[in-house]
Design a protein around this ligand. Structure first.
Ligand code: ZN
Length: 160
């Protein structure tokens, strides 16, 4: 038997600032989908909840969209922030990356759990909680890919 003290419901929340928290659940078979759900056939739903002021974002079928809703609420300027390389995992590269992020983002941004925008590649574009210097989200920005050059030799042999 656990001797841990049960968490009060609702849990205490920081009142200092708005912040991004994501709630998710599996839909029931007969659960109606509001028009904010992009893919009604997907089995999971998400919404952003602000434990600072109690604001709820719209219900979504995409976790990334719910995270963006939460950032739009808590950090409205996030889409204008600089894009960094993806966060290194540890050690000196991580320390250098955090130092650079704090230098190019507004003062105090990361102290309020503001998100960092970071380049990613296809297949790794989930917004990752806890990956900003202050513990906020790392918002995936698809790294621009160079346009593919035409492969003339193969084209000629395919149709030649
Ligand atoms: Zn709020």
């Amino acid at each position: 038997m656990s001797t841990a003290t049960p968490t009060p419901d609702p849990a205490p929340r920081p009142e200092r600032y708005c912040r991004v928290t994501i709630t998710s659940w599996r839909t029931a078979p007969d659960e109606p989908s509001p028009p904010t759900v992009e893919n009604p056939d997907y089995h999971l739903r998400y919404y952003a909840f602000c434990s600072g002021c109690g604001h709820n974002g719209p219900i979504r079928s995409s976790e990334n969209t719910a995270v963006e809703d939460g950032c739009d609420h808590a950090h409205p300027d996030w889409r204008e922030m600089p894009v960094m390389d993806h966060r290194p995992y540890e050690g000196k590269p991580l320390a250098a990356w955090e130092k650079q992020a704090r230098a190019v983002y507004p003062a105090g941004w990361f102290d309020r759990e503001g998100p960092v925008r970071a380049y990613r590649t296809p297949g790794g574009t989930r917004h990752v909680p806890g990956y900003a210097p202050g513990g906020g989200y790392s918002m995936a920005v698809l790294r621009p890919q160079p346009a593919a050059a035409p492969i003339r030799g193969e084209q000629a042999s395919l149709f030649g």
